[in-house]
Design a protein around this ligand. Structure first.
Ligand SMILES: [Zn+2]
Length: 453
């Protein structure tokens, strides 16, 4: 009989304790420490054999090291490539996190089906038949994608040795278990062990491995913060079930920037890459409506035109309501205070609702002026002229402040057919011969006079 051993793990951050404690001393969470069965044996999880080790590293003189751009595998998905920083790096361990049902499996399955490389898609969530049915809707005649239904890592490695895939996808890390650990699948010690085995495989064979990880409602990757430390790249797939758009972000990337953003549209047959997001984020309403304004914002490296909708109405109860979707509520309160003081609007007795269309959320302060314009437009019930957009921050004194990369914002607005844009008087613009009229304003009063005067 092997001797069983138990240990205590924090389900939030993965810290290990020899006895139970009420509060995790590492992440300060209460009641997150649970006992797990652990059994240690000599590990033989992923064995390097001569035919699987494609690369053995040895020391090189500095001047011998090649500085050529490292080879990346094209995923044939522009959005996915962009967020990864130009494709998959050989040997990289990538975690794709997201809430259950957001479409993580759909995204990776559709990428796997289109790849010209041999791909092994391992699912512990669905049967081969279920996956086949989904695959038929996306890409029925895929030749390079192998589907394996398996949850035991030792069996997965056996199949990997037989198939020799170029890319491995694991759906999901929470369903895997290793023979060397006794506790249940999804527990901290199993997740840690299975991830470590897969990482060893990825590094020793130079094969990229993508893990799917479910995250909880509060946004952390379920239990294992440890996972985020172990992998090279952490991607997050976000989106409201009520909206058709999905956003792919990078939270950590050893091989590229984390500023990039990918946008997809959920359709019946899978996810469509949205390579020109501005077109979808602006409603195609032809009639002029009060309470909407367009901002030229920048997410990652890409300019985006987004639509802001505001609704201002008389407060029915004593305290006026403030509600925002996709925008910081504190920032809204600040802008309302500025309006009250500088533009003389009695907003204290009004309810204000603010919404950024498309279900995306924006941090860019350059949308301030558009937020103010939308609120005033709703309050006055005067629509803003079609073709007008905004790119400026608003300060506490009501001054209109310059924003970064204003040229890029102006160009995007012009490209999408806007005829005029409001920016700060202090913004340096190096563009010449633009067709779009660039209005330079110093104070919000100037813009208000122009729009609703
Ligand atoms: Zn903890």
């Amino acid at each position: 009989m092997p001797k069983t051993k138990t240990a205590y793990f924090c389900q939030n951050c993965g810290a290990q304790y020899s006895k139970w404690v009420g509060q995790c001393s590492s992440c300060k969470q209460w009641n997150t420490v649970v006992e797990e069965l652990v059994q240690k044996e000599e590990k033989q999880s992923w064995k390097t054999t001569s035919n699987t080790a494609k690369k053995v590293s040895k020391p090189l003189r500095v001047n011998e090291i090649s500085t050529d751009k490292e080879l990346r595998l094209n995923t044939f998905d522009l959005e996915f490539n962009r967020v990864l920083g130009g494709g998959l790096v050989p040997g990289a361990l990538v975690l794709l996190g997201g809430e259950p049902g957001v479409g993580k499996s759909t995204l990776l399955l559709q990428i796997a089906l289109k790849l010209p490389y041999r791909t092994l898609y391992v699912s512990g969530e669905e049967s081969q038949k279920q996956i086949k049915m989904r695959a038929d809707r996306i890409h029925p005649d895929s030749e390079n994608c192998y589907i394996l239904t398996e949850t035991k890592t030792q069996n997965i490695f056996r199949q990997i040795e037989a198939t020799e895939p170029d890319i491995v996808v694991i759906d999901s890390i929470q369903t895997l278990h290793s023979d060397y650990i006794e506790s249940a699948a999804g527990s901290i010690s199993q997740i840690r062990e299975c991830t470590a085995e897969l990482m060893k495989f990825a590094k020793e064979t130079n094969t990229p491995v993508i893990l799917i990880g479910h995250i909880t409602k509060d946004g952390s990757i379920a239990g294992p913060k440890i996972l985020e430390h172990m992998v090279d790249t952490v991607l997050q797939f976000e989106g409201d079930r009520n909206y058709v758009y999905r956003i792919l972000r990078s939270l950590k990337n050893r091989f590229g920037s984390t500023a990039e953003l990918g946008i997809y549209e959920m359709q019946g047959a899978g996810l469509r890459e949205v390579n020109n997001p501005s077109e979808i984020l602006i409603s195609k309403n032809e009639e002029k409506l009060s309470g909407t304004a367009i901002a030229s914002t920048i997410e990652g490296m890409r300019p985006l035109m987004i639509e802001i909708q505001a609704l201002v109405s008389t407060a029915v109860y004593g305290t006026p309501q403030r509600s925002t979707t996709g925008y910081n509520a504190k920032r809204l309160n600040m802008l309302l205070a500025v309006l009250e003081k500088r533009a003389g609007f009695k907003l204290g007795a009004k309810d204000v609702f603010l919404n950024i269309t498309g279900g995306i959320s924006v941090d860019d302060p350059a949308i301030d002026l558009a937020v103010i314009a939308a609120i005033l437009s709703s309050n006055e019930d005067i629509p803003i002229e079609k073709g007008v957009c905004f790119a400026a921050e608003v300060g506490l004194a009501g001054e209109i402040r310059p924003v970064q990369r204003v040229d890029q914002r102006i160009l995007e607005a012009e490209k999408l057919g806007f005829t005029s844009i409001y920016v700060s008087k202090n913004n340096k613009i190096s563009l010449k011969n633009t067709k779009i009229a660039v209005h330079k304003a110093a104070r919000i009063e100037d813009v208000v006079g122009d729009l609703f005067g």
